[in-house]
Each structure stands twice: as C-alpha cells, then as structure tokens.
Design a protein around this ligand. Structure first.
Ligand code: SF4
Length: 343
C-alpha cells in the first residue's frame, strides 16, 4: 500500500485524480501530514468521510517508531528509531542559542568505511526512503518544547546522503514546501565525503548548504582515512567543489576531524590551507570524540589551537567545534543505531 509520505506533491495529485478528486486536495492533505503530523485519515476533518474512506483503502500514513529518546546534560536529544524491516537509525536534536538543529540519517548504516567513524563499522544496510527521512523530522517536531522552533536541518547522521541523493532531495522537496514544517532550504545542509559525480546533480536539483568531510588534505593520508578518496581524489574533489552552485552568500564548510598524531600537525594545516585556495570555504575543526575500540585519540588542546592558528594566519575562517551530546554518544561520528549503554 502506498505510503503517502513517499509521494511528492505531484504524485499525490495523480493519486487523488485516480480517486476522482480535485488538485486542491493535495494542499489540504499535505498540511495534515506535515504541519499537524496527524496519524490517520480520520483526523483530516476537512476531507469528506467518503474521501477519507477511499484514501484509507488505497494508501497509508507511516509513523516513526521511537525506541529510545535520550537527553544529554547539554540538552541534546538523541532518537533511536526502528524502521519497518527492523533496521535502526538515529537522529540528534541539538539546542542552539535561539533555535534547534536536527541532524538526520540518510541511510541505515554506511558503506563509505571512514576509519574514524562508528557508523562505518555497521556497513550499509540500505538507503532510507523519502518517508523514513521525513519521519525523523516529524518525530523530532513532536518533542520540541512548546514555542520553540526547529529551523536548521543537517544531513550528518548515519550514512552518506549523496549515495541516496534522490530520496534526500525528494524528502527536502516536501519538508521545505512553504507552510508545512517551517523549514527553509536556506537552512538545510548536507555533509558528504565527496561523491564527486553526485555534487553537480545535487547543485542542479536542490542547491543547499554543503559540508565536505575532508579530514586530510594529502591523498596518502586521506586514502587511508577515507577509502572514497581512492576513487575521487583531492584534485577531483576540489574541482567539483569549486563548481558547486552555492546558494546566496553561503560558503562550503570543510569539516576536519582532528585525530591525534594522524592529521593534526602544523604542516598538515598548511596543506589544508592549500586545498582551500580557490574555494569559497570555511573550516570546522572537530577534535575527535573517542568511542570504544575507535583506535584514535583526540589531540590535546594546544595542538588543536596551533592547527587553527595556521589557518587563521592564512586568513581562513576556522572554528573549533567541541561536539555536543558527548555523554549520550550523539556527537559526530558516534552514531551506531543501538541504545546508548548507561554511563
Ligand atoms: S563519516 Fe559519514 S560517510 Fe564516513 S563512514 Fe561515517 S557515516 Fe559514512
């Protein structure tokens, strides 16, 4: 049975046309689904009883099944969801000064094999559907404190979003439609390891903010840390990033997880500055969040500051991001789709 949350507005229009309904019904149903988050057709009170019954025979409305919701000491909330086939994914709701940011997953597991990432150890189970992406947002909206807004959405959870570009773009098409969830494309960004052929397609279909998980600016280190670099090396990645159609005055964010003794030396900061040349980019430096069996350590504070200093002296914006949600394993690279063990 068709899950309505897997349809675009025009696909929903076709389905309604088959039921003999006029196009304006699409707007009504989309509001019930995405603005009010109703669980069933009976709640759609401005549709006739007959239409509600016909919809219930033809389609369904999926609901996110929340297995766990944890709140960290800094207010970060981590959701563990179970999907229809038993696969588990996570999303993280992060409090900022005057708004909330939601970090969502795009795949169950991940095939990219980045050495420092906990999700990588799961391997790829499958891509998430449009509905499974959308449901993470709707489920998070349900727990948002009254009067507060979810304004920012980032695809930085489990999975490589560009490996599931079509469903990510479809989900965003619905989520950022005016008058529904309140999210705007201008406040959506996606983090990629650098699937070079996908970048222009994303720029064409959904020009949103872009973060590139770089983590090394020489091919030898990056080949070792991130196997994707053996397929699309730094030169190819640089070329694709330079051509990416950034919306408005946005810059590409280059994410660089600092791993003690691996990629944290001043000469590696200089190599990073070399990579940035010719890009409209800023850098997020993320000291590694260790997890059991990671095999890497975080650098000490002096090393982090020295790395930053090299970039700042070369006139690049480099911000150190001390990850939120550390105590509930919700920080970058820590999502593993399993309940967090009690501390
Ligand atoms: S860092 Fe991202 S792309 Fe790399 S393995 Fe982890 S989830 Fe996948």
């Amino acid at each position: 049975m068709t899950d309505l949350k897997n349809l675009s507005a025009s696909e929903m229009q076709s389905l309604l046309a088959e039921l003999g309904e006029r196009p304006y019904r699409v707007g009504q149903i989309m509001k019930w689904l995405y603005r009010f988050g109703v669980p069933d057709f009976d709640s759609m009170t401005d549709l006739s009883k007959g239409l509600r019954a016909r919809l219930a025979e033809t389609a369904r409305i999926s609901r996110p099944l929340r297995l766990e919701l944890q709140t960290g000491s800094d207010g970060t909330r981590k959701f563990l969801w179970e999907l229809d086939d038993g696969a588990r994914i996570e999303s993280v709701l992060i409090p900022e000064r005057d708004h909330w940011t939601l970090c969502v997953s795009s795949q169950a597991g991940c095939a990219m094999g980045c050495r420092f990432c906990r999700t990588a150890s799961l391997g790829l189970k499958r891509n998430l559907s449009q509905a499974e992406i959308v449901n993470q947002v709707l489920g998070a909206l349900e727990v948002l404190p009254a009067g507060e807004n979810l304004t920012n959405l980032v695809f930085m959870g489990m999975g490589e979003p560009l490996a599931n570009r079509i469903n990510v773009v479809r989900a965003l098409g619905v989520l950022t439609s005016p008058g529904l969830t309140g999210l705007s494309r201008r406040r959506v960004s996606l983090s990629t390891v650098g699937l070079v052929p996908e970048l222009p397609l994303l720029g064409r279909d959904m020009p949103i903010g872009l973060t590139v998980s770089l983590n090394a600016a020489d091919d030898k280190t990056r080949d070792w840390l991130m196997p994707i670099n053996r397929k699309y090396n730094l030169q190819a990645l640089h070329k694709a990033l330079a051509a990416f159609p950034l919306p408005g005055r946005r810059m590409i964010t280059v994410a660089y997880v600092l791993l003690a003794g691996v990629n944290d030396r001043p000469e590696q900061a200089r190599e990073l500055a070399g990579f940035l040349h010719g890009l409209r980019a800023k850098v997020n430096l993320i000291p590694f969040n260790a997890w059991p069996g990671a095999g890497f350590d975080a650098p000490d504070v002096e090393t982090v500051l020295a790395f930053q200093e090299v970039l700042v002296r070369k006139n690049y914006t480099a911000i150190i991001r001390w990850s939120k949600g550390r105590d509930i394993s919700a920080a970058c690279g820590q999502l593993a789709g399993e309940p967090t063990p009690a501390a």
